[in-house]
Write a protein that binds this ligand. Structure first.
Ligand SMILES: Cc1ncc(C[n+]2csc(CCOP(=O)(O)OP(=O)(O)O)c2C)c(N)n1
Length: 426
């Protein structure tokens, strides 16, 4: 029944929301029906435990309070398994004798944190999709849902002071780099409270050590190599991670950049996504292919790549095999360029459900905890309604801050309201 409703929702909205539990389905439905207030009351049912787990029997015997506004975490911390070693898919290697391990240690805190971050990105993207369809977000809207394991796994392996640059599909990494859901959604709607004060939109969201989403396909790879050159020039221990898709992988500039990065042994991880043998494309640059739908696999592969770069061996290519649950643009109907079988495969390999199942099956967390996290995230995302009510930047302010730390700079001749001189000359 759950998959029937979820599949109907997918058909109606053109999106694979990916609900695998009752609580997730309610959250998906909440994108279209107000479940938090007003006349419509949807009962918060307990989530379904994994079949055969000890919690399944326990939940069956527990009385269910459907009227509770808050889910109470009934299990004590000491009852949970604090740490588990999981087997992960062995990576394919190119030009390397040894690669990342095929096991990964996950602590309870890490697992809950990975789940929360991935689920927040998912809910933020579904909200952005809704705002786009309501014509509140205008122009392009490139969503990231389905690929959350890549952003979260990479961040878990590198330091927040390592550099990262990606393409226009940037919402997920902007969040993992420390920008709030509210600031992201408010920037995408072009309002003053956005991370760039509404002046830039989705392709101009920045944070420390984060160079935003580059609109020119493939250019982020050249810029990423430039950042790696700066790291090497300044003798810093930082690395640069340049993220790109399979479309960008065919851009000529990538091959020029690979060549220079290899000659100069730049500390750069080139990260490609999706199908075929992209990890071999560097030719003389070693490569790894890992499961981009498993946060642990991504973390271990990125750790390996980071250590490789830090040891002075030069660049490395990291292919993460992944797929989104949405089309190229929010306006694309998801089912138009993928077969039903591909959509179902995407649904089965969903990284968020996977993390939750792994933790539930090993008693690392309770179903109630995940439900509580889900509702906290829903509230956080709903609070971003601010993105709709916040005013747009004024025309006077729109051209300012073209450069970092630059106060008022008039861009000469670009806008009718711009003066033909900079503020410095005033
Ligand atoms: C140089 C350049 N050519 C074409 C485009 C138009 N364009 C925008 S997105 C896109 C597809 C890029 O695909 P990929 O690099 O795989 O990224 P992802 O699918 O992950 O978004 C293209 C061709 C562009 N922005 N820049």
């Amino acid at each position: 029944m759950l998959s029937l409703i979820s599949s109907a929702l997918c058909r109606i909205t053109g999106r694979n929301a990916g609900a695998q539990t009752v609580s997730e389905l309610l959250i998906d439905l909440s994108e279209f029906v107000n479940v938090s207030s007003g006349e419509t009351q949807i009962q918060r049912l307990p989530p379904e435990p994994p079949p055969g787990s000890d919690r399944a029997a326990q939940l069956d015997s527990e009385p269910v309070d459907n009227t509770a506004a808050q889910v109470i975490v009934s299990q004590q911390f000491t009852e949970f398994t604090p740490e588990v070693t999981f087997t992960i898919k062995r990576c394919e290697l190119h030009g390397l004798e040894e690669g990342p391990p095929d096991t990964a240690v996950l602590t309870r805190d890490q697992g809950l944190s990975f789940y929360r971050t991935m689920q927040t990105v998912r809910r933020m993207e579904l909200k952005a999709d809704q705002l786009y369809k309501q014509k509140i977000i205008r122009g392009f809207c490139h969503l990231y849902d389905g690929q959350e394991a890549c952003a979260v796994g990479i961040e878990a392996a590198i330091d927040q002071t390592d550099h990262l640059i990606t393409s226009y599909r940037v919402h997920g990494f902007t969040f993992t780099r420390g920008v709030s859901v509210r600031e992201i959604l408010t920037e995408i709607t072009g309002r003053r409270g956005g991370v760039s004060k509404g002046r830039g939109g989705p392709m101009h969201m920045y944070a420390p050590y984060f160079y935003g989403g580059i609109g020119i396909v493939g250019a982020q790879v050249s810029l990423g190599a430039g950042i790696a050159l700066a790291c090497q020039y300044q003798s810093s221990d930082q690395i640069s991670v340049a993220v790109y898709g399979d479309g960008a992988a065919n851009q000529g500039q990538l091959f020029e950049v690979f060549n220079m990065a290899a000659l100069w042994k730049l500390p750069c991880v080139f990260r490609a996504s999706a199908c075929t043998d992209f990890y071999k494309r560097g030719d003389f640059i070693p490569g790894i292919r890992a499961d981009g739908m498993d946060v642990l696999s991504v973390r271990e592969a990125t750790k390996f790549a980071k250590n490789y770069c830090r040891s002075g061996k030069g660049p490395i290519l990291l292919e993460l095999k992944t797929q989104r649950s949405c089309g190229h643009l929010a306006s694309d109907v998801d089912t138009s360029n993928r077969s039903q079988a591909e959509i179902e495969e995407q649904y089965r390999s969903d990284p968020i459900s996977r993390m939750r199942e792994q933790m539930l099956c090993t008693n690392m967390a309770s179903a109630e905890e995940f439900q509580q996290i889900d509702f906290e995230i829903l509230e956080e995302v709903e609070a971003a309604e601010f993105a709709v009510s916040d005013p747009e930047p004024s025309l006077d302010d729109l051209c300012n801050c073209v450069y970092h730390n630059s106060p008022s700079l008039q861009v000469r001749g670009v806008h009718p309201w711009a003066k033909l001189e900079t503020a410095d000359k005033n």
